[in-house]
Design a protein around this ligand. Structure first.
Ligand SMILES: Nc1ncnc2c1ncn2[C@@H]1O[C@H](COP(=O)(O)OP(=O)(O)OP(=O)(O)O)[C@@H](O)[C@H]1O
Length: 607
């Protein structure tokens, strides 16, 4: 299917399926809909028969009227035409309705599978693939595929009809039948020419629309910054030419589409003129009947319609096949994180050991090299170091979001690659720097890890964080709607909700990326108090940004370029005058209550 991918940007996980594989995958989705497909097939055949029958009935009627001018013949003809027309409509309805049902069902299944695959993918997948592109695979690619199926079924119906008409024409008059066939290459050549122009203009149109979308998306994303700098007019001025370009390209596309059909009509018209001329002469000579003459004239119209459909929609057909290939590639993408076993995980003590771990986000750049770290059950370890030192990476490996290239990660002595990940992650409480809240109430968000928790459980968890003082500041208490991504709450409040959520989850290990954004002193105090409760009795790894956290940590690990350069308690490390003092001077010194600008430096003697 390589030709299908022409001009499309491929992602790393994209793969090319050979035609047979692709067809097998597509058929697998249709197999369960056999009953509906049978109805579609019946609709297609019956409709084609009715369409082909119409000119035959009229032609036969004409022949009869020439010899027998009775009203009964006219009545019979009218009745036959009406019945054929109505039946044609009924069969057309059956075909279209059941096609819509089959296609709808298949898209439903395909989208569910694609979405399940999206949920299954590791975090490394999301690093490599922008979410917008993944979204388009689940939505528009499945939709494109549906269009192709509908299109194919329509074309099948038309081809069947053409086949019937052709057979009929040859039985009536071979010369005239061959003349009708002569139109075929002309129509095909025209339609193929059109396909090329149409594909180019369509591609331009899609690209220009993507530009419009990208501009809009960026504007929405950075709207607060834009407003802050009063850049509305600039953004508007930038948008206008992009929008105008889309207008021009769309007009061009409209022009191309508007020209092709009249051109094809003209060819059919010329062919009709030819048949009127030749067929009329034959009819006058008595070689063929008037009815046959009519039949041949009608057949030209019946002929060119499916041919143009097949030829002009070929690019859409390719687009749909390529879309299905892309959806299957998403479904089949190989997971980077591989579990060798799924040992059930009960309550953990929380002893963590990283042994000779080597890891890089990309194969050519290792972030951790032969990294060793042991954290005892119940210990609170603060990771500190300059940005990019690898602190968050350790958290991500423990969450098993990424596959490490070498070494071992053990939890309670069990290799992390052999545990049931769902059970393990339930024992792992994670608080990111900016906690993500889902739309709903504060209570809904706290209940997230344990949907079966009662209102009392939720209230108790919220009450344990800073004695619940923060709830009073929420307009509707725990029933306050948090808005999109928690936008109705302050940053500090979101963190407090995240802590309450963690308490309800009751994990044995906590990985906390402390927020760097400063909050007001009251909320800061509430968060500190909340943290004390949340971390108590659990193994905690804190990517520390607060002085109070490092002061209270059992052990501070100082990292630089993916390696541990120093470890100890706050007091020990300050006294040593090593790398920690440098980090302290940069990040923590100014958080001291007696901080005066330019003061509080500790001496760095050796790094
Ligand atoms: N998703 C990623 N893809 C590729 N490289 C990454 C990715 N995340 C981090 N890195 C790289 O890995 C290294 C360690 O990053 P990490 O996020 O662990 O540092 P950090 O110490 O937590 O820094 P910060 O305090 O700024 O979060 C950095 O060089 C960073 O550029």
């Amino acid at each position: 299917m390589a030709f299908v991918m022409d001009g499309l940007d491929a992602e790393q996980y994209d793969r090319t399926y050979d035609d047979r594989d692709l067809l097998r995958r597509i058929v697998a989705y249709f197999r369960p809909k056999r009953g509906l497909m049978a109805l579609v097939a019946f609709g297609i055949t019956a409709q084609a028969l009715m369409q082909a029958a119409m000119p035959v009935i009229i032609s036969a009627g004409l022949d009869r009227i020439v010899t027998d001018r009775s009203t009964a013949i006219v009545v019979a003809l009218v009745t036959a035409v009406a019945v054929t027309g109505v039946l044609g409509w009924v069969f057309n309805f059956i075909q279209r309705w059941y096609t819509a049902r089959v296609v709808g069902d298949v898209v439903l299944d395909l989208r569910e599978d694609a979405f399940a695959a999206v949920l299954e993918r590791d975090m490394s997948f999301y690093d490599e693939n922008p979410s917008g592109k993944v979204v388009s695979r689940v939505t528009s690619d499945t939709e494109d595929f549906a269009t192709v199926v509908t299109l194919t079924l329509n074309v099948v119906s038309q081809v069947l009809m053409v086949g019937l008409v052709t057979a009929l024409l040859f039985t009536r008059n071979v010369t005239l039948a061959l003349m009708v066939m002569g139109v075929v290459p002309v129509v095909v050549a025209l339609a193929l020419g059109f396909r090329r122009i149409a594909r180019d203009t369509t591609r331009h149109q899609q690209r220009s629309l993507a530009r419009v979308n990208a501009t809009l998306q960026e504007t929405m994303g950075g709207i607060s910054v834009a407003k802050n700098f009063r850049q509305e007019q600039t953004i508007y001025d930038e948008f206008r030419p992009i929008n105008a370009q889309n207008y021009r390209v769309t007009l061009k596309q409209g022009f191309v589409f508007a020209s092709i059909f009249p051109a094809l009509f003209a060819v059919a018209g010329l062919a009709t003129v030819m048949l009127v001329q030749v067929g009329g002469g034959r009819a006058l000579d008595g070689d063929i009947s008037a009815g046959d003459w009519y039949l041949f004239l009608q057949s030209v119209a019946l002929f060119w319609m499916p041919l143009t459909s097949i030829a002009s929609f070929w690019s859409q057909f390719q687009q749909g096949l390529s879309a299905s290939e892309r959806v299957f590639a998403l479904i089949d993408a190989e997971p980077a994180v591989r579990q060798h076993d799924t040992r059930p995980v009960e309550r953990l003590d929380g002893r963590i050991e990283l042994r000779d771990v080597s890891f890089g986000y990309t194969a050519d750049h290792l972030v951790l090299r032969d990294f060793d770290l042991t954290i005892e059950a119940g210990e609170t370890v603060a990771l500190v170091g300059h940005t990019g030192a690898g602190k968050s990476t350790i958290g991500r490996l423990l969450m098993r979001f990424y596959e490490f290239q070498g070494g071992q990660v053990l939890v309670d002595g069990i290799d992390l690659r052999t545990v049931d990940l769902a059970g393990y992650r339930h024992q792992l409480g994670v608080v990111p720097q900016t906690p993500f809240l889902f739309s709903g109430t504060v209570a809904d968000n706290i209940r997230y890890p344990r949907p079966d928790a009662s209102d009392d459980d939720v209230r108790a968890a919220a009450g344990q964080v800073a004695r619940g003082d923060w709830i009073a500041a929420l307009p509707d208490g725990l029933d306050t709607e948090v808005g999109e991504h928690g936008s109705a709450l302050s940053m500090g409040q979101r963190q407090l909700v995240a802590l309450a959520r963690l308490l309800l989850q009751d994990p044995s290990i906590v990985i906390l990326d402390e927020a760097t954004a400063s909050v007001d002193p009251l909320t800061e105090a509430q968060i500190s108090e909340g943290l004390d409760v949340v971390l108590a009795g659990r193994t905690s790894i804190v990517i520390a940004h607060r002085l109070s956290t490092i002061e209270h940590a059992d052990r501070i690990i100082v990292m630089r370029s993916g390696a541990i350069v120093e470890e100890g308690t706050h007091a020990e490390l300050l006294a040593s005058g090593g790398a920690y003092c440098d980090v302290y001077n940069t990040y923590f010194r100014h958080q001291s209550p007696d901080y005066q600008p330019g003061s509080g430096f500790v001496e760095v003697r050796a790094t």
